[in-house]
Design a protein around this ligand. Structure first.
Ligand SMILES: Nc1ncnc2c1ncn2[C@@H]1O[C@H](COP(=O)(O)OP(=O)(O)OP(=O)(O)O)[C@@H](O)[C@H]1O
Length: 355
């Protein structure tokens, strides 16, 4: 398995600039998710890496092989790249075993049959190699598609929303399984998804695309805790935004004086900023009720219970409503008075940059 380097790549569809000067460097064995809203260029990026679309600028390299540059596109079958599509797209006239072995050269005698058996075992379908694709469930078909892509030992595996067509329960289980399998195999993989939870839970690093631009490339923790822009902050996860005034590394706002770091600008004392918090950074602090100086008073307005946790809307006495996410162990009740505090530094964005 090799490194993938996408260097200053631009790709157009006619007059549409779908990928605009994107650079990504993926280490050997890494699983990277490409995350972004519909139409941001995820599929276009994947197609250009697969060799199905030419690049108008920049280069794509796998290991020490340059596979794309303007005017030169190495053919898809010569790139050493595997592809797992959204729908398994198995060949209906071939057995499961023959689907898995489709890209493994014939004429190697036992070696080919061994590789098919090895892959069938890897995806937990040892007993299914003689079956026809229409005798498989959706999840099983997707495993066959994965085995088929891995069989010729690609340098890089591209997965285009491979779990999107599956129901929620199956999707959660299968994606965990697939991520483990790819890690065990040391497969360098690029997974396209518009599902932020999928990206954050599975990937070593996440590339966030917006309108063909790379907004941020970082670990799931960096993307969620230190978003590079207010757009990334609101696209990946829930946000609570409050206007406030910057004062020496803190923001004075309806939640009190909250420690914060400024993102993308250097505020001066007195500047108006937007404070951004995640709902789980705000917590009820009954211990502060006796201390008038700390925290902010609020009343619980509604509770949206989700089993493992709950989203609580609390009306601040001196300000707007805020959202809190709490583990559903000891929840307050609607109408309860609470004292809220912020348990980790927030993010301050320039007021003018917010939509
Ligand atoms: N064949 C095409 N001809 C013209 N424009 C295209 C073509 N394919 C994609 N586009 C445009 O290029 C941009 C990026 O499309 P792309 O399919 O890569 O986005 P995406 O992020 O994969 O979207 P989705 O999540 O909806 O699949 C969009 O503006 C789209 O309309």
């Amino acid at each position: 398995m090799s490194d993938l380097v996408v260097d200053a790549v631009s790709v157009t569809h006619g007059s549409t600039l779908a990928i605009d000067d994107v650079s990504l460097s993926i280490r050997s064995g890494e699983l990277v998710a490409v995350l972004g809203p519909s139409g941001c260029g995820k599929t276009t990026l994947l197609l250009s890496i697969a060799g199905l679309l030419p690049v108008q600028a920049g280069t794509i390299t796998i290991g020490d092989r340059e596979i794309s540059r303007p005017g030169r596109t190495v053919a898809p079958e010569k790139r050493g790249v595997g592809w797992v599509p959204q729908e398994a797209s198995l060949f209906p006239h071939l057995s499961v075993g023959e689907n898995i072995g489709f890209a493994v050269p014939r004429g190697r005698g036992a070696a080919r049959a061994e590789r098919i058996a090895e892959l069938a075992h890897l995806v937990g379908l040892d007993d299914y190699t003689g079956r026809a694709p229409n005798q498989l469930s959706g999840g099983q078909a997707q495993r066959v598609a994965l085995a088929r892509a891995l069989a010729p030992r690609p340098d890089l595996l591209l997965l285009d929303e491979p779990f999107a067509a599956l129901d929620t329960q199956l999707r959660t289980g299968l994606r965990r399984e697939v991520a483990e399998l790819l890690r065990d195999q040391g497969t360098t993989s690029l997974l396209v998804t518009h599902d932020q939870e999928e990206a954050l839970t599975l990937a070593d690093r996440v590339a966030v695309l917006r309108d063909g631009h790379l907004e941020q490339f970082g670990t799931p923790e960096e993307i969620y805790q230190q978003p590079a822009s207010d757009w990334v902050a609101s696209f990946v996860g829930d946000v609570v935004e409050l206007p406030g005034q910057w004062r020496g590394g803190r923001v004075l706002c309806a939640l009190g004086s909250v420690e914060a770091s400024a993102v993308g600008f250097t505020p001066a004392d007195g500047d108006t900023v937007r404070l951004m918090l995640r709902p789980e950074w705000i917590v009820p602090r009954p211990d502060l009720l006796a201390q008038a100086a700390a925290g902010a008073d609020a009343r619980v307005a509604s509770i949206s219970y989700a089993g493992h946790d709950a989203m609580i809307t609390a009306d601040l006495v001196d300000g707007p409503s805020v959202l809190l996410r709490m583990a559903a162990v000891e929840l307050p009740e609607v109408g309860d008075d609470v004292r809220l505090a912020v348990q980790r530094p927030g993010l301050a964005f320039a007021a003018a940059t917010l939509p």
